[in-house]
Design a protein around this ligand. Structure first.
Ligand code: ADP
Ligand code: MG
Length: 272
């Protein structure tokens, strides 16, 4: 039995003091197993970003325990924390957060520069990640030469190029039109099908429908934890597509879809 990718126990987060005191998280416990795809939902102010920042090791809770891949985050010093963040977690933000005036390729290579990966291997892995998000023909473009959807696909490539244990996304489609939203969700579905563990924050039902599990926050507490698909199966949207197809079609299609995603991921892994 391997350790859960992510385990939090009784997380409490209090901001400010006295009259300005805000209890943003009031005892959140959550376990995410390898291969799961979890959507965290909730109204504005319910504590989603606070939780996200703790899960991403960007902030430290007031109290409670947090383990990533079996490692107790609370026991790490700053340097160890930075290493854990770099190796174990891939981030995707609403506002893309790409480095301006740097090509897509250079942006995707960046996280590996801190990880001690050689130049040739950095290049190979970045190219594979960009291919996985369908941007092989845009590798030399800078962020301002790309559409929002393309920028977010670069950000997804950057997040997965280190083969992180966890892909953490905060409203990744919040700034995208519906067409680009579909593109990004399809990529996440493919990553999920190839075994990636994904936690996504969203307030959109359409986005959460892609996840295997939906966790709902109200006022800093989990009020609902609902499974939509088995943790180790296909994400719901892909499972639906599969069940609507028949006979040999099913075998061929799912074989191709998961095969492609898995092969690319395996390629990135093998390169690492
Ligand atoms: P969400 O992302 O769901 O909108 P947040 O986690 O950003 O919610 O915020 C939860 C609560 O904590 C809100 O009441 C917010 O005003 C408060 N809050 C968030 N960050 C801070 C901060 N740095 N200082 C003080 N209060 C904060
Ligand atoms: Mg927020």
């Amino acid at each position: 039995m391997t350790a859960p990718v992510l385990e939090v126990r009784d997380l409490v987060m209090v901001y400010g003091e006295g009259d300005a005191r805000v209890r943003a998280l009031r005892g959140v416990s959550l376990t995410v197993e390898k291969g799961d795809y979890v959507a965290i939902m909730g109204a504005s102010g319910s504590g989603k970003s606070t939780l996200m920042n703790i899960l991403g090791c960007l902030d430290v809770p007031t109290s409670g325990a947090y383990l990533v891949d079996g490692t107790d985050v609370g026991a790490l010093n700053e340097k160890q924390l930075a290493i854990l963040r770099n190796r174990k977690i891939g981030f995707v933000f609403q506002s893309f957060n790409l480095i301006p005036r740097m090509s897509a390729l250079a942006n995707v290579e960046l996280p590996m520069a801190y990880g001690g990966v050689g130049a040739a291997e950095r290049r190979a892995r970045a190219l594979a990640a960009l291919e996985q998000v369908g941007l092989s023909d845009r590798i030399h473009h800078e962020p301002n030469e790309l559409s929002g959807g393309q920028q977010q696909r670069v950000a997804v490539a950057r997040a997965l190029v280190t083969s992180p244990a966890l892909l953490l996304a905060d409203e990744p489609t919040g700034n995208l039109d519906s067409r680009s939203t579909e593109d990004v969700l399809e990529i996440l579905d493919g990553l999920s099908a190839s075994g990636r563990t994904i936690v996504i924050i969203t307030h959109e039902d359409d986005v959460a429908a892609h996840a295997k599990r939906v966790v709902r926050l109200v006022d800093g507490r989990i009020v609902e934890d609902r499974r939509q698909a088995p943790a180790e199966g296909l994400p719901p949207r892909m499972a639906v597509r599969k069940s609507t197809m028949t006979g040999t079609m099913t075998g061929t299609m799912t074989g191709t879809m998961t095969g492609t995603a898995a092969d690319t991921a395996a390629g990135a892994e093998a390169a690492g």
